[in-house]
Design a protein around this ligand. Sequence first.
Ligand SMILES: [Zn+2]
Ligand SMILES: [Zn+2]
Length: 158
Amino acid sequence: MKGVSEEGVMTVHLTCPNCGSGIHVYPSQSSKKATCDICQHEVSLSFNSDHEEGILQDCPCCGRKDFYVQKDFNRKIGVVLFIIASILAIYTYGISLIVLWLFDLFLFSKIGNIAICYNCQSIFRKVKNIESIGPFNHEMNDRIVYSGHDFKGEQLDH
Ligand SMILES: [Zn+2]
Ligand SMILES: [Zn+2]
């Protein structure tokens, strides 16, 4: 260990292929498997020293190198807030929507980025090389998900 503080550690959130529950793991070369708390299904993982340092080059779950960056934002909460603000807008002459918009701006500036694997949808938090990962690209997503294409970490430029 090189004095990595707990808050600096990358976390991996994968989806159980058996029941769809979330499984949380911390990168460690000694953990070769993660067990689902809900259905006890075992998922194989391959962590390397990069992962332990918070560097994401290869997906520990599927071995692919294609990721995208997204804001760590709970969309369900966003939708609920929008519905509430829309209803209130009738009574507040639209002011509640402006409040929501400001709230959104504030929230977004506070929220960190997460990296997601195009292929297996695993979510990575506190990734040190997040700057090197591009935003979501529809064409890449379609080609990876529907035709099994492997970009090997190359960004598709348009
Ligand atoms: Zn499960
Ligand atoms: Zn993956």
